[in-house]
Design a protein around this ligand. Structure first.
Ligand code: ACO
Length: 329
């Protein structure tokens, strides 16, 4: 990977909807309480899209900030990838809808479905295109509107999710910087632990699927938790090894924000102190594909990375999938 031209992040932007749903709001909706949610998940509040907002609208807001921070015009974009499991529509893709909204005429555009790992999967995909010279720049967005597929009568899931979007522009960077390694993987056999059953070709939407609430997220939380703790550790070790680095080389750890206990277990395994870890699950909850970019962009805005820092991103999600990357900022 190091012999190819170096590709890194040259612009960042994020967006979360205005409306905040707090734990005390949820106490009025289902049988739960703030103490349970905070102690089991670390979540205090989440942002929820307005009725008129779809995933492409969240993505658009993040994208224009990322383009602005890269000093780039939309018409100069060559590739757009939107990582999402809540596209505006099955087709056209959210990336195509966004391409039109941005005025990024002619840019290749497609969605990538890898749930919460989608952003890292997209970074790896775009980096490969850019390293080989097929394209010179790319806009990568992790955006999800999980509130649209969450059952707000199910306390097992409704406390966990929020909406948002995080975007980066990728381009050539000076030698020594940029992406050093990726580790992507999947365990399709565990797919039924975390799924949205209806609405596809297997089980098209019908009166019955609506009545059986099969258009909402189903999750076996305990099993997903175990998978998460396992792959956050193994993917991190592998991606460091591929980059020829050690856990002591990590300057900033940017994990998927699903549950504070999963993040803490990864930090323990890596022997990382809190100042080296980005945590915003308390304010945004699990925003799926938006989770890692929201954390990364927030860290960038807070000035937590300096040139040459080693940043490790790692996530897991439906599929089941995982993705990790080592980036020199
Ligand atoms: N409020 C109060 N009690 C609750 C709530 C709630 N919101 N939700 C569940 N409980 C109850 C359960 O019913 C259960 O009661 P019981 O013992 O009487 O059956 C009890 O609390 C404990 O439930 P557990 O499942 O053991 O709780 P756990 O500590 O495992 O936490 C959680 C559950 C938070 C879901 C955890 O398992 C988790 O975070 N799992 C991973 C989730 C995840 O990261 N998913 C990724 C999805 S992202 C994507 O790809 C879309």
């Amino acid at each position: 990977m190091n012999s190819l031209r170096p590709i890194g992040i040259i612009g960042t932007g994020k967006y979360v909807p205005e409306r905040i749903l707090t734990n005390s709001d949820l106490e009025k909706m289902v049988e739960t309480n703030d103490e349970w949610i905070v102690s089991r998940t670390g979540i205090r509040e989440r942002h929820i899209a307005a009725e008129h907002e779809a995933t492409s609208d969240l993505a658009y807001q993040a994208a224009i900030k990322a383009l602005d921070s890269a000093g780039m015009k939309a018409e100069d974009l060559e590739l757009i990838i939107v990582a999402t499991i809540t596209p505006d529509t099955s087709f056209p893709s959210t990336a195509c809808i966004l391409q039109d909204k941005l005025g990024a005429k002619g840019a290749a555009a497609f969605d990538l479905s890898a749930a919460c790992s989608g952003f890292v999967y997209s970074l790896a995909t775009a980096t490969s295109f850019l390293q080989t010279g097929m394209y010179n720049n790319a806009l990568i967005i992790g955006a999800d509107t999980l509130s649209r597929i969450t059952d707000y009568t199910d306390r097992n899931t409704c406390v966990l999710f929020g909406d948002g979007a995080g975007a980066v522009v990728l381009g050539e960077v000076p030698q020594g910087r940029g992406f050093k390694s990726f580790d992507l993987g999947a365990e399709g056999a565990g797919g039924s632990l975390l799924k949205l059953e209806a609405g596809g070709s297997r089980l098209p939407a019908s009166q019955q699927t609506l009545e059986e609430k099969k258009h909402f997220i189903y999750m076996n939380g305990r099993e997903v938790f175990k998978f998460a703790v396992r792959v956050m550790g193994t993917a991190t070790e592998r991606v460091l090894e591929k980059a020829g680095l050690d856990k002591t080389d990590i300057d900033l750890f940017v994990p998927h924000q699903a549950n504070i206990r999963i993040i803490q277990s990864a930090m323990q395994r890596l022997e990382l102190s809190e100042d080296k870890c980005v945590i915003n699950v308390d304010r945004y909850a699990n925003t799926s594909a938006a989770s890692i970019p929201l954390a990364l962009v927030e860290a960038a805005e807070e000035g937590r990375m300096k040139e040459g820092d080693t940043v490790l991103m790692v996530g897991f999600g439906g599929g089941l999938t995982w993705g990790a990357s080592v980036l020199v900022w």
